[in-house]
Structures are given as structure tokens and as C-alpha cells.
Design a protein around this ligand. Structure first.
Ligand SMILES: *Cc1c(COP(=O)(O)O)cnc(C)c1O
Length: 238
């Protein structure tokens, strides 16, 4: 074992998260490489995004439209443009922001209303492939949180599957924070079950977007195919 250093670089952290994903896949009898890492770069500047890119990150998650657009522009113009980066919008969606999201992102993980889906479908530029969409589900049924209740996800998925400029890819959720592994797994279980059922009806659904810095092992145990990690790669957000 190498000795722990007081400061870890973004590259070290990124490699460590990747290694941890591979070991959790093994531990929970998931196929090797079946869990994808989405690097959540919200609040971190373009220079830090570039450090993660150099370490191997290609998928980036952002929550705030204007912040993301500034970063995407800066990184596309810099001497070594990040041409093969894929941008995922993972934050709450206001309807006056759908045009920017439809034009600048490849994925949206946080669709939770029909009206937003319709606007994204209408506004997705014709020269781009369909926008990849996950439906966000509210697992804790708190009024304050984003996401559709689990029993409303089926109908929203069916509507999105019929939209030509959207590609229905899966479900996303952010459970209430909880420190204990078994409790974390329990929170994910109803979503995992619903996902498997919906997949029968909609074969394009290949993505279960669950798991963040503090609960990705439990998410991998419960079928996650894409974990969204910020803090464990970049350190705490200010
Ligand atoms: C911020 C955020 C993350 C990353 O959370 P960490 O705990 O920093 O890993 C993941 N998903 C969403 C939707 C987020 O807003």
C-alpha cells in the first residue's frame, strides 16, 4: 500500500474513484465496466475540469445553466479544446432555460415534468442527435425535492419515449442523505425494481443514474449504471 498523502490531486482522486467502482462491481457481482463515472464539476472552474479531463474524465455533470455554458465555451476555445467531452445537465430545470439545455448538452438527468420534456423535444436542434433523457424520481416524497413520485414515472417515461427529438435512457434519483450502507441500499431498491420493469417496455432504457460520493457503493449494489461524483474527485464545494 502506498502511504496516504495529505493532499490528493484531482487526478489521484479520479483514479481512486474509478478503482473503487471496479472493486464494488466485483463485490456486488456486477459485470466489469457496467458502471460509468459521471464527473460532477458544478462550482469548479474550467482549470479543474481540465485536470479531471487529463486524468481521463470525459463525462461532466453541471447543475447551473449559465455556469455550465461559460465553462463549455471556455473549454472549447482553449488551446487544447475538449472536443470529446460529453456534458450532462443534472440540476433543477426552469422552463426559460430549456433552449440552452437542449442546444448545449448531450444528456439531461433531471426531467420531472411533461412540459419540460415537450420544450426540450421542441427545442433540440435538428443538426444534433436526440437529447438523452433520464426521468428524475423523488424517492423521499418530500415536497421540496425535485422529481416525480415513483408511481408517476411510468406515464412520463411513456410520453418521452414517443418524442422524436428525445431518447429515453433511464431513471435518476437523489435519495435523502443517510450514512448507513444498508439504509442507503433500501432507499434505492424501489427505484431499481421500477427501472427493471420499465426496461421491459422501453428497451432504450439502459441507464440507472444513482450514487454520489457518499453512497455510490450502495447504488452499485442496487443496479446503478452511472454514478455522479463531485466531492470525492474535486474536494468539498465552497
Ligand atoms: C452535486 C450533485 C452530485 C454530486 O454530489 P457529491 O456528493 O459531491 O458527489 C450528484 N448529483 C447531483 C444531482 C448533484 O446535484
Amino acid at each position: 500500500m502506498t502511504q496516504k498523502q495529505p493532499h490528493h490531486s484531482i487526478a489521484d482522486n479520479y483514479q481512486q474513484v474509478l478503482a473503487s467502482i471496479r472493486s464494488q462491481e466485483d463485490r456486488f457481482h456486477r459485470p466489469a465496466d457496467s458502471v460509468h463515472l459521471l464527473t460532477v464539476s458544478k462550482t469548479h472552474d474550467a482549470d479543474k475540469v481540465r485536470q479531471a479531463y487529463v486524468a481521463g474524465a470525459r463525462d461532466f455533470g453541471e447543475n447551473y445553466v449559465q455556469e455550465a455554458l461559460d465553462k463549455i465555451t471556455a473549454l472549447a476555445q482553449s488551446p487544447q479544446p475538449l472536443n470529446d467531452a460529453t456534458w450532462h445537465f443534472i440540476g433543477p430545470i426552469q422552463s426559460n432555460k430549456t433552449r440552452d439545455i437542449a442546444g448545449e448538452f448531450a444528456w439531461v438527468h433531471s426531467v420531472d415534468r411533461l412540459k419540460i420534456a415537450q420544450r426540450l423535444n421542441d427545442q433540440r436542434p435538428d443538426n444534433l442527435p436526440p437529447l438523452n433523457v433520464c426521468v428524475q424520481v423523488n424517492l423521499s416524497n418530500e415536497d421540496s425535492k425535485s422529481g416525480v413520485p415513483l408511481d408517476a414515472a411510468e406515464s412520463l417515461c411513456a410520453n418521452i419515449a414517443a418524442m422524436p427529438r428525445l431518447q429515453l435512457r433511464g431513471l435518476m434519483a437523489i435519495p435523502a442523505p443517510c450514512a448507513e450502507h444498508e439504509q442507503q441500499r433500501k432507499a434505492f431498491q424501489p427505484l431499481h425494481a421500477a427501472f427493471k420493469e420499465l426496461q421491459q417496455r422501453h428497451p432504450t432504457m439502459d441507464t440507472l443514474s444513482i450514487g454520489m460520493s457518499n453512497d455510490f457503493a450502495a447504488a452499485i449494489a442496487e443496479g446503478s449504471t452511472m454514478i455522479r461524483v463531485g466531492t470525492a474527485i474535486f474536494g468539498a464545494r465552497s
